[in-house]
Design a protein around this ligand. Structure first.
Ligand SMILES: NC(=O)c1ccc[n+]([C@@H]2O[C@H](COP(=O)([O-])OP(=O)(O)OC[C@H]3O[C@@H](n4cnc5c(N)ncnc54)[C@H](OP(=O)(O)O)[C@@H]3O)[C@@H](O)[C@H]2O)c1
Length: 271
């Protein structure tokens, strides 16, 4: 038929699928998730929930002992692996994603919960810059390195999720550096969501959550400080690592969410 002749219009309308075209077909491949910070706290809880949901999970941290203990606790079989790497080191981060690429292949989601908050809460007039650099290196440059080396391995529509925190939105005296880093993570999130699209980039901002990071921040005063905050919060309690894991899963799985900071803070921003 010459190209100028329109194709005949069928008298019989095409059958209408009972399933909306916007509902994606079920994919039976296990999701591949990399969790940097997956050996403790929120990252560990996320690993547990993701494994329970059938995902293939790679947990990452600096300490091989902590990773081994997390692996034992998670018992994920051949859907779980651990890689020791320091997200503040560019060679380590490059090697991490090379290893993941070789062992797992393409990745669906990468989550960063790693932070080194040792000494990060201090009055500004006596602030130790080394403590500030540790925080910036782990949370902010860590996020940059993660995006740089993970992005080439991520599937279209896959996601990167950073973890910022309540200190940016409800700052307290002695927390200026933590506020600044968490605030910067929001801006990084918005910028990368455009630059890396269609990969989605989001951040989760937790309120106070009972994890081992509080041993570093508050030492023996941990329980008293968490109890006092629980009294203040509209929800009447401190967060659990699984509260945050659920919020992280929502960011990862909702394909219409990008360039978003999701707050899971028990209402802390208002009190
Ligand atoms: N817990 C809270 O109340 C709270 C509130 C607001 C915001 N946040 C933020 O939420 C995130 C998660 O905190 P969390 O409470 O789950 O912390 P956590 O229990 O201390 O866990 C931190 C994890 O990150 C790993 N990590 C630390 N530095 C690393 C590095 N340089 N490279 C690779 N892995 C590293 C740690 O393992 P290794 O030490 O073995 O490396 C550990 O697995 C952090 O960004 C934190 O600032 C927490």
């Amino acid at each position: 038929m010459p190209a100028s002749v329109p194709a005949p219009v069928s008298a019989v309308p095409a059958p209408v699928s009972p399933v909306s075209a916007s509902v994606p077909a079920p994919d039976t491949t296990p999701e591949r998730i990399v969790i940097v910070g997956g050996s403790s706290g929120m990252g560990l809880a996320l690993a547990e929930s993701a494994l329970a949901g059938g995902a293939d999970v790679t947990i990452v941290g600096r300490s091989p002992e902590r990773l081994a203990e997390a692996e034992r606790q998670l018992g994920g079989g051949d859907r779980l692996r651990a890689v020791a790497a320091d997200i503040t080191s560019e060679p380590d981060t490059e090697r991490l994603f090379k290893t993941v690429g070789e062992t797992v292949g393409a990745i669906d989601h990468v989550v960063l919960t790693a932070a080194d908050a040792t000494g990060a809460y201090q009055p500004i007039t006596s602030f130790d810059l080394e403590a500030g650099r540790r925080l910036v290196d782990s949370k902010l440059f860590g996020a940059v390195l993660l995006a740089k080396y993970a992005a080439p391995h991520l599937t279209s529509g896959g996601s990167i999720t950073f973890t910022s925190g309540i200190a940016a939105y409800r700052p307290a005296p002695g927390g200026s550096m933590v506020a600044a880093v968490n605030g910067a993570l929001a801006s990084l999130t918005y910028a990368l969501a455009l630059e890396l699209a269609p990969i989605r980039v989001n951040a989760l901002s937790p309120g106070w959550v009972d994890t081992p990071i509080w041993d570093t921040i508050a030492g023996d005063g941990k329980q008293a400080r968490l109890d006092a905050m629980a009294q203040r919060l509209p929800v009447g309690r401190i967060g659990t690592p699984h509260d945050i894991a659920e919020a992280l899963l929502a960011l990862m799985h909702n394909r219409f969410i990008t360039a978003t900071v999701l707050h899971a803070d028990g209402g802390h921003r208002l009190v």
